[in-house]
Design a binder for this molecule. Structure first.
Ligand code: ZN
Length: 464
């Protein structure tokens, strides 16, 4: 993030030339960056992800009757297994049981606060996020965090109905189940960087839980490299669903961009290169390396029309975050009282959820989390030299502490291409000159290790 915020002058610095020579950039590519090397340990872990466990977890979440953020959380209701308090305690107990199975490897925590009255919060309400931390094994790299989240609160037709049935099997029992299953499976492995498995509340009342969590992370200086938000990943069984595809939404111009950032983005065509979009591309690349059973469809917008989600809270604090959502939503099965009208069934019931689909989404999340947590830190202070007008392009960068990187790769693509197209291996050098014009392509640099783990790519900022 630091390099993204670096200040520079855009004033009359980047004149636009009409270039009469089109460089054939592919001539310089050493190999395609689109097929990364699979890590056998990660591939084996993905096989442990269980649709049956996911089904059991979603059915358990539904059994609390409602998980509305305003619903009961007093001891008697928790004991009776009703309301959001009971759901919260159960999620905590699940994380704790996974931790027992890995010799106490997970630190299970809560982030609890009183939300003062707001739009959909009529009175002061305690909101509790529950999370488990799988601390990185390498001192320096443990400061790097990748995170998966889903919201465990639910709602029916009325966002203030604290007692009516609100099963929330898909929205967002499915995302909660993804966080839980990733925690169960990945806690059996060790990674140099830290993974956080998060479940938040308050989403349906106004993203309150994730807002508090992301703000805490920002205030405490956490280095969250990527947040993966899963919200409505149940693969609703309605005709028209594409069970082989999950959408991955990522913001373009960052919500947290300063005026200086926006000015640079406008001047250089950086609309498709937010740090969140690099995470989306990383998800797509990871899906090609592992047998996850599902294909991510990258959607280059923050979210769907008229809708929001918890990744936004992370974006607002300047973190990279994306949203996973099923290919086709059935609005009769979201935010609806359970009922049948004119033969049409309404309500977010478990029977509409495709558990194999949720398991595949969990595999894609787990593969992405594990790849990022295994990778060396991304390069720091990535710059592209713009001291004079040249047809060559020179990039410089610095290694981050941690020592996991055995080299670097320069990536590039046409300005009109959605994903990275070419890669040049540059060994341990922290400078590279490529015989092509920076005016015609978008560059990035990433760190690699000798096992094929790759960091997130970092797009350079101009240096004069
Ligand atoms: Zn939701």
């Amino acid at each position: 993030m630091a390099s993204m915020k670096r200040q520079f002058s855009t004033r009359a610095s980047y004149p636009v030339f009409v270039c009469s020579v089109l460089l054939l950039t592919s001539a310089y590519a050493q190999n395609s960056p689109s097929v990364p090397i699979a890590d056998p340990q990660i591939a084996a872990a993905l096989k442990q992800i269980s649709p049956d466990r996911i089904q059991a977890n979603i059915e358990k979440l539904v059994s609390f009757q409602t998980r509305l953020t305003l619903s009961a959380q007093d001891p008697a209701s928790i004991a009776a297994g009703h309301g959001i308090g009971a759901a919260r305690e159960w999620i905590k107990s699940q994380f704790e049981s996974y931790s027992r199975d890995c010799g106490g490897c997970l630190e299970v925590k809560t982030d609890s606060f009183v939300q003062s009255p707001a739009d959909r919060i009529p009175q002061p309400t305690t909101i509790t996020n529950v999370y488990a931390v799988l601390k990185g094994t390498d001192v320096e790299n443990a400061k790097r965090i990748v995170l998966v989240t889903g919201h465990y609160d639910s709602r029916n037709s009325d966002t203030l109905d604290a007692t009516g049935i609100a099963p929330g099997a898909n929205d967002d029992g499915s995302g909660t189940a993804v966080s839980l299953e990733c925690a169960r499976v990945l806690s059996k492995l060790k990674f140099p960087a830290t993974i956080i498995f998060l479940t938040v509340a308050g989403e349906e009342q106004g993203l309150n839980g994730s807002h508090h969590f992301a703000q805490m992370a920002k205030t405490e200086g956490w280095n969250i490299e990527a947040a993966l938000n899963n919200d409505i990943v149940g693969g609703d069984r309605t005709p028209g669903q594409d069970a082989s595809t999950v959408r991955v939404f990522s913001e373009g111009v960052p919500l947290a961009a300063s005026d200086v950032d926006v000015s640079r983005i406008r001047g250089l065509g950086g609309e498709n290169d937010s740090i969140s979009r690099q995470v989306a591309r990383y998800v797509a690349e990871t899906a090609r390396a592992y047998d996850v059973g599902i294909k991510p469809m990258l959607v280059f917008r923050l979210d769907r029309y008229l809708r929001g989600g918890d990744h936004r809270s992370f974006n607002e604090q300047g973190f990279a975050a994306v949203r996973f959502t099923e290919y086709r939503e059935n609005y009769n099965h979201q935010h609806q009282n359970v009922r049948t009208e004119n033969g049409v069934e309404y309500g977010d019931l478990p029977k509409f959820v495709n558990y194999d689909y949720v398991a595949n989404v969990a595999r894609l999340n787990a593969a992405t989390l594990a790849s990022l947590a295994s990778s060396p830190a991304p390069p720091a202070k990535v710059h592209i030299l713009t001291k004079e007008l040249q047809n060559d392009s020179t990039l410089t960068w610095e290694a981050l502490p941690g020592g996991l990187s055995t080299g670097y790769e320069v990536l590039w693509r046409a300005t009109t291409s959605p994903e990275w197209e070419h890669v040049q291996t540059v060994g341990k050098e922290t400078k590279a000159t490529l015989p092509m014009s920076k005016d015609n392509v978008i560059f990035a640099v990433r760190s690699v290790d000798d096992k094929g783990h790759r960091s997130l790519p970092v797009v350079p900022v101009p240096e004069r």
